[in-house]
Design a protein around this ligand. Structure first.
Ligand code: ATP
Ligand code: MG
Length: 454
């Protein structure tokens, strides 16, 4: 049986049920988010891919069956498990005809919940050759690129300039700096905008799966290849292929990729037939690829091919003028998704401005969401910010976390920061990952890499 962790969205207007289930499922290693209204849930679905939705039938703003209908139509890969009270058992039964995976009745027994989740894991394992880390975001759900600082304006101007060309672009920047947003902007402004935009995170798949995802395969090409399958190179034909975390592609695959970039030709695994494709390649990395080249971890020829145009996104701490506009933008979008509209007090903004934002815009976005949930009235006070932002703000002014922090390496700074956030969250990894703006899987990886005690 697969023990893959799942991305789960809980939808229930009862906060205490959400907290309890979130905790139980997080302890089993899953990534769990929750929404307290139907509208908020639909918004979350636009932003992230979920394997499972646990959905209460009785929501104040939208009926569970209505939400189920939308999910099955637009996000068919998301399995929906209905949660029903005793009074709504009949409706719950009828949702099975609407392709709900199963239903659980309240009060929910954790053993039944885990059983359903295990069955979903099993089902997903059986179709595990389906892409797992590919996003096919409809362009309407791509976030706007916000920023009024000089450096952001420069990035926006460069995007305008390069979008119409067909040149490969390497987008660089720290984690959470907006590389994926930029990639979508380039595609949406390019003459290929009506073609497909296919994104794949190269670090999220094991090597062999990454190759078969990209190249596709013929029936019988390897043991699990029961049917032929198109690869992403083919699927992106006429559009844009975005290779995220390109620095993580293994050397053997880099050689194959180089051939595709040079010749715009490829073969499915197990096929002798060569196909010609018309794609524009965008890639992104937060690694220093020049160093990787020197260390012989990344092919120099591929590096030059991919970075015909190189676009560097500055970290948020170097464009602080963007912070107030971003904060207001996030407050507005949270309000649009059903959360209360809140104002931020100058003292809180001061703390935010003096913090170093190692997780960049993603971290800022998560902190604002956290503050909106935790503030008691319609204003966000400095106290509503997580402890490490408040303390760090003071330490930052003493330059313990500035870019030139006493000659500390970036890795060291990252390690210290992760350690601090994990402690602030009482060692709750799921919450720490959220605050750091990375997936739990990425956090586990970093904990192992830096040998952080947990
Ligand atoms: N200029 C921007 N305006 C508004 N939102 C932004 C901007 N840049 C990034 N974001 C938001 O910040 C989050 C992180 O952005 P994105 O995923 O593009 O970062 P990334 O550089 O690809 O990060 P990673 O290296 O971790 O993959 C997203 O939720 C995105 O919507
Ligand atoms: Mg990214």
């Amino acid at each position: 049986m697969s023990t893959e962790s799942l991305n789960i969205l809980l939808v229930d207007d009862d906060k205490s049920i959400c907290y309890t289930l979130q905790r139980a499922l997080t302890e089993k290693g899953h990534s769990v988010m929750f929404s307290l209204s139907g509208k908020e849930a639909l918004n979350q679905l636009k932003q992230s891919k979920f394997d499972v939705m646990l959905l209460d039938l009785m929501m104040p703003d939208m009926g569970g069956t209505e939400i189920l209908g939308v999910v099955k139509k637009n996000y068919p890969h998301t399995e929906v498990v209905i949660i029903s009270g005793m009074g709504s058992m009949r409706t719950a039964l009828s949702t099975l005809n609407m392709d709900a995976f199963d239903f659980l009745s309240k009060p929910i027994h954790l053993s039944s919940l885990f059983n359903v989740i295990e069955r979903i894991q099993q089902k997903q394992h059986n179709i595990s050759l389906e892409p797992t880390s590919i996003s096919l975001l409809p362009s309407s759900s791509v976030p706007e690129l916000i920023g009024k600082s000089q450096s952001s304006q420069k990035v926006i101007a460069i995007i305008e300039k390069i979008s119409s060309s067909n040149s490969n672009v390497l987008i660089r920047g720290e984690t959470g700096a907006g590389k994926e947003v930029v990639a979508h902007c380039i595609h949406n402004k390019s003459p290929r905008r009506n073609g497909p935009m296919i994104a794949i995170n190269c670090s999220a798949l094991p090597d062999t799966l990454l190759e078969s995802e990209l190249f596709g395969y013929e029936k019988g090409a390897f043991t699990d290849a029961a049917n032929q399958k198109k690869g992403l190179l083919e699927m992106a034909n006429g559009g844009t292929l975005f290779l995220d975390e390109i620095g993580e592609v293994p050397l053997a695959l880099q050689a194959k990729l180089l051939r595709v970039v040079e010749t715009k030709r490829f073969r499915r695994l197990g096929s002798t037939k060569e196909q010609i494709i018309d794609i524009r390649l965008l890639s992104a990395t937060n690694r220093n690829l020049e160093t990787a080249v020197k260390l012989k971890q990344f092919r120099e020829d591929l590096f030059y091919r991919l970075s015909v145009i190189s676009l560097q996104l500055p970290p948020l701490r170097e464009r602080k003028e963007d912070i107030p506009v971003l904060v207001n933008h996030f407050l507005k979008t949270l309000a649009e998704s059903g959360k209360p509209l809140k104002k931020i007090l100058p003292k809180a903004m001061e703390k935010i401005l003096s913090y170093a934002w190692p997780g960049n815009i993603r971290e800022l976005q998560n902190i604002i969401e956290h503050a909106v949930v935790f503030s008691d009235n319609d204003t966000i006070h400095a106290d509503d910010l997580p402890g490490h932002i408040q303390q760090r703000a003071v330490m930052d002014q003493e330059s313990s976390f500035s870019t030139d922090a006493k000659g500390q390496s970036l890795e060291n700074m990252e390690k210290n920061h992760i350690e601090k956030v994990i402690q602030d969250c009482g060692k709750n990894r799921s919450q720490a990952a959220k605050i750091l703006g990375i997936s739990e899987r990425a956090l586990y990886y970093k904990i192992r890499k830096y040998k952080i005690p947990t």
